[in-house]
Design a protein around this ligand. Structure first.
Ligand code: ADP
Ligand code: MG
Length: 586
């Protein structure tokens, strides 16, 4: 058995046995931890994984708690009906908040969640129908199969069962197409969009998911306490949840649990010990917790869970069987236009990075785009792939005008690329990095992923990724972290990722930089083989030997302008090109 499986079994066993062994007071503490953990796991998915910060999770718990409190005490609803009602209400609110704030980059979401956290507290406190600051009491207990869960020793199992579901669903989500896209969000939107993801929708979905998880926790809380008031749903509690995620390890599901356990227990201990040391009226545990957080950030940036993981190696993941087959994209007819650039201009302030460039790439060709550093080659790639719109002129890819279309739309036409400044996910394995290339070939959304109903699709992505890793010579390292590779190998990994997308048109930005001679020859052979399979290639490369022996035609740029075009011998003989390269051998 793998160490991780053993750990999970131990946790499950403890969850079953502890409620029987502990005194009632501690059983209640365990329930609190389970409920808190659910909220914090939602926050892990949002913050640690997807890079979005929310201070408003306690307020979302409040929505779940107050929904059930009102519907059960004032309208006589069964708690099992108020649960989906609270989740739905939370989803609507989170959707609205997300749609307003997530389009904007930067700090709008954290600020909006602060405002949300503060205002909801006062809404709860000032609504007579919600009991004001004294709250609502006599919330009925939850019954399950005729059993009334009104004792701490009974209710704890309900809370733990929900926690187990949350852990499993979060882990399932993270090991899916959707989860990989979430991880991609953390380092910006360029890669996710380049492989077909709508990062705005993705962010809203993740935000709604984390809010709904908090809402479920709030429902549990209401039926544990059988009483609600505004205090546990205020902004400072929302901040404490963020503390828990950061302390435990915000990039790990179990880190969220660890943070909830640690801070809950620590607060208990401190509330017991500090008054004895510092006098009865002291309220110093907040200060001590704050200092602890600062120390953790100083000495264990990624929180405490990674320290545990070091002792419990993950082992090699199992590969899935039973893959479905994705359809292969038919290649455009040989010689048909794949790229038409006409008088393209890209201006950055006063600088014309691309200045009136026109050229074509036809199906079945390998075209080289060369020129000195700063010539505008990478900028041209961004114009073609939809990362930046051209200031003027037209770019047509596979029969469609790029215009202001987003990168994901261009990708879905059959365009895949690599980046000059490698954009990989260093903590993910080569396999997972490569699988990201197949994002737009698969279709599983958030729900199917959380339930692992997309395993045949996932299996297909794994197989595609392994095939492409084999082609670039990285199959052996499939399960190691991408960050361990030398830069040259990372470029090859980006090629594998692009190939998983089954592109008709492949754009490579300096793919051979950092490769050894033999590796360059292998790369050259691979690209020729791809051309034979109908893939059209546009390549930026500085190694002239490689380029001259590989490409059918060349486009030469200098200072944003097009200097020359032609076959390798024509370009080699062009005096203007020679001059631009200052006598360097072309
Ligand atoms: P190449 O890939 O040929 O080396 P680039 O396309 O990266 O050249 O850059 C061309 C010029 O455009 C450079 O002077 C660069 O500094 C400038 N440039 C590129 N991207 C931007 C940007 N986003 N904002 C401002 N200037 C840019
Ligand atoms: Mg460049």
């Amino acid at each position: 058995m793998r160490p991780r499986t053993v750990l999970a079994l131990v946790a499950a066993l403890l969850a079953l046995v502890l409620p029987l062994l502990l005194p009632v007071f501690q059983v209640t503490l365990l329930t609190n931890i389970a409920i808190t953990s659910i909220t914090v796991i939602g926050l892990v998915l949002l913050t640690g994984i997807s890079g979005l910060t929310s201070f408003g999770q306690a307020a979302f718990m409040g929505v779940g708690a107050y929904t059930t409190a009102v519907l059960t005490t004032q309208y006589g609803w069964n708690p099992w009906l108020t649960l989906p009602a609270g989740m739905a209400l939370t989803a609507v609110i989170a959707n609205v908040l997300g749609l307003i704030t997530l389009r904007m980059q930067g700090h709008y979401l954290p600020l909006a969640t602060i405002a949300w956290g503060i205002s909801l507290y006062y809404v709860f406190g000032n609504s007579p129908k919600l009991g004001g600051f004294t709250g609502l009491r006599e919330i009925p207990p939850v019954s399950l199969f005729g059993l009334v869960l009104d004792q701490p020793r009974e209710f704890v199992y309900l809370a733990l069962a929900f926690l187990a579901l949350a852990i499993v669903a979060a882990q399932f989500l993270l090991s899916s197409r959707f989860g990989r896209a979430m991880r991609a969000l953390r380092s910006g939107t360029v890669v996710a969009e380049a492989f077909g993801a709508n990062t705005f929708t993705l962010r809203v979905q993740v935000f709604v998911l984390s809010a709904v998880m908090a809402s479920v926790a709030g429902w549990l809380y209401a039926h544990q306490q059988r009483f609600v008031n505004p205090t546990p749903f205020g902004l400072n509690v929302g901040i404490e949840y963020l503390f828990m995620a950061v302390l435990g390890g915000s990039a790990y599901v179990w880190g969220g649990v660890a943070g909830a356990v640690l801070i809950t227990l620590l607060r208990e201990v401190l509330q017991d010990v500090l008054p004895r040391l510092l006098g009865e009226n002291s309220n110093y545990e907040v200060v001590v917790l704050g200092v602890l957080i600062i120390l953790t950030l100083q000495f264990a940036r990624r929180g405490l869970w990674p320290l545990v993981e070091r002792w419990v190696p993950a082992g090699t993941p199992r590969l899935l069987a039973h893959a479905l087959t994705f359809p292969h994209r038919p290649a455009p007819a040989t010689g048909s236009p794949v790229l038409r650039v006409r008088n393209a201009v890209k201006q950055f302030g006063g600088l014309k990075a691309v200045n009136d460039v026109s050229f074509d790439v036809n199906a079945g060709e390998i075209v080289g785009l060369i020129g000195p550093n700063g010539a505008g080659k990478s900028t041209m790639f961004n114009l073609v792939t939809g990362v930046n719109p051209a200031t003027s002129g037209t770019v047509e890819v596979l029969g469609q005008s790029v215009g202001r279309q987003p990168a994901r739309a261009i990708h879905r036409l059959g365009v895949a690329r690599t980046f000059q400044h490698v954009k990989l996910f260093p903590e993910l394995s080569l396999l997972e990095n490569t699988m990201m290339g197949g994002y737009s070939r698969a279709s599983a959304g958030i729900l199917r992923s959380m339930l692992h109903l997309e395993r045949r699709e996932e299996a297909a992505l794994q197989q595609l990724a392994l095939t492409q890793l084999e082609r670039v010579g990285l199959r052996e390292q499939a399960f190691t972290q991408a960050g361990n590779l030398a830069l040259g190998q990372q470029r090859l990994l980006e090629i594998a990722r692009a190939l998983v997308a089954d592109p008709s048109f492949l754009l490579l930005d300096e793919p051979a930089a950092g490769l050894r001679f033999g590796e360059k020859q292998d790369l050259s052979a691979l690209l020729k083989k791809l051309r034979g399979e109908g893939v059209t290639i546009l390549i930026v490369e500085h190694d002239m030997d490689l380029v001259m022996n590989l490409v059918d035609r060349l486009v030469v740029m200098n200072s944003g302008q097009e200097l020359a075009q032609g076959t390798p011998p024509q370009v080699r003989g062009n005096p203007a090109v020679r001059e631009a390269y200052l006598g360097a051998e072309v």
